[in-house]
Design a protein around this ligand. Structure first.
Ligand code: 13P
Length: 264
């Protein structure tokens, strides 16, 4: 199991003043934890604000929710990897289901965005996941593998840029329906095998997060499932209190160490 990652995707919520207030509350109540990493994906206009509040804490990273595949130019309304990086991002979501299904982003575009992230020195977190009808048609594996292979197909040096993957079944996003820990784990296993085929043994070091209606109640089971290296949380990350209870999830290793210490 990799060092677990708790990622908050704020989507189109929280402007700079709300983001600042959120971060002040969060940082006061969440001291540095060495056994986990937190990533915030705020709206582009707040990357700098969140990064400034984080003030160099090495257990907390800031990411962009999206970038354009070109490095600069006449693309009104877009931001490049370089701009996101300059604002303080070190990670970027690529191919989130809302980008794919609301904005029509294609596999080819996700590949170009991953390559743009690489050029800008950002770690891409490639999001993959099947729609309900695809799941019901038994196509989960096929869809996830297609998105995974396509998304990373243009990376020049996958090893050097240490990408991440998020498995987010579309039917579980914002619906209150979560994949069971067993279901998530099964698909994560498929993703891990494919990563092995792409990068060999280094696949073990690529974190694969689960996303889709994660909350403080279901996070412990998901995080203790094999091959689940973290969670990517939307709705339940918007309130500082709710997010703090998720990031404080007790990990299996922590519980085992306590039991060992108490002689159980
Ligand atoms: P919810 O946690 O609101 O289901 O959103 C998941 C998601 O899309 C995170 O990227």
């Amino acid at each position: 199991m990799n060092h677990p990652i708790f990622a908050a995707n704020w989507k189109m919520n929280h402007g700079p003043s709300e983001a600042r207030a959120f971060m002040k509350t969060f940082l006061t109540q969440y001291p540095r934890h060495y056994d986990r990493t937190i990533i915030f994906f705020p709206p582009a206009a707040c990357i700098e604000t969140v990064d400034r509040e984080v003030d160099g804490r090495s257990d907390i990273l800031v990411g962009a929710q999206n970038i354009h595949w070109e490095d600069q130019g006449a693309f009104t309304g877009e931001i490049s990897g370089q701009i996101a990086r300059d604002a303080g991002a070190t990670v970027v979501l690529v191919g989130h289901s809302e980008r794919r299904h609301v904005f029509g982003e294609t596999d080819e575009e996700t590949a170009r965005k991953c390559a743009a992230a690489e050029r800008a020195g950002l770690r891409p977190m490639l999001c993959v996941g099947e729609k309900l009808e695809e799941r019901e048609a038994g196509k989960t594996e096929e869809v996830v593998l297609r998105q995974l292979r396509a998304g990373f197909s243009r990376l020049a040096q996958m090893d050097a840029f240490n990408p991440l993957v998020a498995y987010e079944p579309v039917w579980a996003i914002g619906t209150g329906r979560t994949a069971t820990a067993d279901d998530a784990s099964a698909t994560h296993g498929v993703i891990r095998e494919e990563l092995k085929a792409i990068v060999g043994d280094r696949a073990r070091a690529i974190p694969v997060l689960y996303g889709g209606s994660v909350n403080a109640g279901n996070a412990p089971a998901l995080l203790s499932a094999p091959d689940v290296d973290g969670v990517l949380v939307g709705g339940a990350s918007l309130d500082a209190g709710s997010w703090i209870s998720i990031v404080r999830t007790r990990l299996t290793a922590e519980i085992a160490a306590e039991e060992l210490a108490s002689g159980e």
